[in-house]
Design a protein around this ligand. Structure first.
Ligand SMILES: *[C@@H]1O[C@H](CO)[C@@H](O)[C@H](O)[C@H]1NC(C)=O
Ligand SMILES: *[C@@H]1O[C@H](CO)[C@@H](O)[C@H](O)[C@H]1NC(C)=O
Ligand SMILES: *[C@@H]1O[C@H](CO)[C@@H](O)[C@H](O)[C@H]1NC(C)=O
Ligand SMILES: *[C@@H]1O[C@H](CO)[C@@H](O)[C@H](O)[C@H]1NC(C)=O
Ligand SMILES: *[C@@H]1O[C@H](CO)[C@@H](O)[C@H](O)[C@H]1NC(C)=O
Ligand SMILES: *[C@@H]1O[C@H](CO)[C@@H](O)[C@H](O)[C@H]1NC(C)=O
Ligand SMILES: *[C@@H]1O[C@H](CO)[C@@H](O)[C@H](O)[C@H]1NC(C)=O
Ligand SMILES: *[C@@H]1O[C@H](CO)[C@@H](O)[C@H](O)[C@H]1NC(C)=O
Length: 489
């Protein structure tokens, strides 16, 4: 720095940021204040000069304020002796800002025991924007980031504490950083992007944000799992996201950037790390409505062709959690369906349907009958108010934990009616006591039997209700003929 520069006189020595500082304080407001002070001072000096204010002669001299003024005058003289000074100071300050950008690990091990609630271990120093009932998110740049951009560093796919994040002003991006234009979606998923349930959970908040922001579409996605990079989504998920956003998601692989340590900053970034957490049921239903609507358009499935009858679909699994005697189960539901006028039973295996075949099938379904499993995620693709009947093998109630209720939740969030579940009282014999955790490994892949009396009675009830609500809705639709559009708000 130019030694004759007045801006360099008060060079603070405390101006040093270290990684050991608490993450909450590393973006010191001191820095901003310092810059502000310099700019204000320089402005003031120029102002004083331009007014040609002579030393005030009426002041009794010598006085403390007089010597003070003299000092200022000196400073002014120095400033004017070096016309490039303002430029120098700015450049030097920009360099300092650049150097002060501090990268923190994406995965904060202090929160290792509570990866999800409150402060997630992902970008733990950041706070989410959250309005009551709306999606929780972070956006960069924004008022809460003081106009700073999000920068990321590291390509680790095994340990999130080797990948880093930082905030930087656009004028002072870290050295060697590359800037990626457009909107970037940064996803955090505690599970994975292949499982259709967990994958969709991670996508829902982005769709909510997209819906609220005039259908703004991302240029790229960056996928993290525990702070580790991921480069793939399952086919089901990628197809639904392509349908929803109108273009196949581009998952950033950073292939254009040779050095793994080179930071990448984003013109505009939206970060989600709480899935649907915080969203009201109403908001969630709107999101599922939008994805359903877009998926039907994408798959050329007309939502208008309202069928008069009732569609009953048995969505079968093969292997774990399949029915032990499919013929018997199909027989029971077929018999009940036949008793209802206009009821049509379809038996399908989710693993040999294309995504669009699944979308089509669900559009024809009013009652979805299926064992517990990821294929049930398709339920939100049915018309609203459709019914779900779920089946569990032995042992799950006691041992499977709260996760076994995800399809109850999903039915509620997507506006469906979960009509309860049937839990097989019989199954594999576990050598330990019934509620021993070790039994779960046996029960997890158990198969599901049937109870003809119970299934028949249950099906009759659900069919009856479906018939009633279908005719009610048909008359309602005739009156207002609600046109279903896939609009954003
Ligand atoms: C500042 O410069 C003016 C003329 O440009 C001179 O008269 C004055 O003595 C200088 N003041 C100081 C404190 O150097
Ligand atoms: C001021 O900066 C300009 C452009 O950077 C340069 O050409 C000029 O020589 C500089 N003047 C002084 C007095 O340093
Ligand atoms: C920037 O990149 C150059 C060339 O690759 C390298 O020599 C330099 O050390 C890098 N600077 C930083 C701060 O990483
Ligand atoms: C939907 O229809 C359009 C135009 O007829 C066609 O180009 C597209 O491939 C169809 N999509 C699917 C999934 O069938
Ligand atoms: C399956 O059920 C059908 C109809 O109840 C029965 O005829 C058949 O024997 C059963 N199959 C097996 C393998 O138990
Ligand atoms: C679907 O899968 C089932 C069981 O895996 C099989 O029996 C059936 O033939 C398949 N159907 C088609 C249309 O591929
Ligand atoms: C779903 O059912 C509720 C309660 O019966 C009703 O108010 C609502 O209009 C129905 N929604 C649709 C989309 O039919
Ligand atoms: C089958 O279900 C009926 C009605 O819920 C019940 O009374 C009966 O005990 C069940 N049978 C078996 C073998 O569990």
């Amino acid at each position: 720095m130019n030694k004759s520069c007045p801006g360099s006189i008060h060079r603070p020595t405390s101006f040093k940021y270290e990684r050991t500082l608490l993450p909450f304080s590393f973006y010191s407001p001191k820095l901003a204040l310092y810059i502000l002070a310099i700019c204000a001072t320089l402005l003031l000096l120029l102002q004083i000069r331009s007014l040609h204010t002579p030393p005030i002669p009426t002041l009794p001299s010598p006085s403390p304020s007089w010597s003070f003024l003299q000092q200022w005058q000196k400073v002014i003289n120095k400033t004017l002796a070096s016309p490039n000074c303002t430029q120098d100071v700015l450049e030097s300050m920009t360099q300092k800002l650049r150097d002060s950008v501090t990268f923190l690990p994406l995965k904060d091990l202090r929160f290792a025991n509570q990866p999800l609630p409150g402060h997630t271990w992902f970008m733990s120093s950041m706070y989410d924007t959250h309005e009551e009932g709306e999606v929780q998110y972070q956006q960069f740049p924004s008022d809460s980031s003081n106009g700073r951009l999000l920068c990321l560093k590291g390509r680790d796919t095994h340990d999130g504490s080797w990948n880093y994040y930082a905030l930087a002003w656009p004028e002072a991006l870290p050295s060697n950083a590359s800037l990626m234009k457009g909107l970037t979606f940064v996803a955090y998923n505690h599970y994975n992007y292949d499982n259709i349930w967990h994958g969709l959970s991670a996508m829902v908040p982005f769709v909510a944000w997209h819906r609220k922001n005039s259908c703004e579409t991302p240029t790229r996605w960056i996928l993290y799992h525990w702070g580790e990079l991921r480069f793939k989504m399952g086919t089901w998920l990628i197809t639904l996201m392509e349908a929803t956003f109108g273009q196949a998601p581009y998952i950033e692989g950073f292939s254009g950037i040779e050095d793994d340590d080179q930071p990448v900053c984003f013109e505009k970034a939206v970060v989600m790390r709480h899935n649907e957490g915080g969203m009201s049921r109403e908001r969630r239903m709107e999101v599922y409505d939008l994805i359903r609507c877009k998926a039907r358009v994408y798959c050329n499935v007309s939502g208008d062709q309202k069928r008069p009858g009732i569609g009953m679909t048995l969505l079968m699994r093969t292997g774990p959690r399949s029915f032990r005697n499919e013929t018997a189960v199909i027989g029971i539901f077929e018999k009940e369906c036949k008793k209802v006028e206009g009821c049509q039973l379809i038996v399908a295996y989710s693993n040999n349907l294309t995504i669009c075949e699944q979308v089509k099938l669900m559009s024809l379904t009013d009652i979805l009958i299926s064992p517990h499993g990821a294929q049930l995620t398709n339920m939100f693709l049915m018309d609203r108010n459709s019914s779900v009947m779920e089946f569990f093998p032995k042992g799950w109630l006691k041992l499977a934990g709260v996760g076994q209720y995800v399809y109850h939740w999903m039915a509620s969030w997507s506006g469906m009616r979960h009509r309860g579940d049937w839990r097989d009282p019989d199954g594999e014999n576990c050598p330990y006591s019934e509620d021993d955790r070790r039994c779960m490994s046996l029960y997890k892949s158990g198969r599901i039997g049937h109870n003809e009396t119970h299934f028949a009675e249950w099906a009759r009830n659900v069919l009856n209700d479906a018939k009633t609500s279908k005719s009610e809705e048909a008359s309602k639709h005739a009156q207002n003929s609600i046109s279903k559009t896939c609009d954003c708000s």
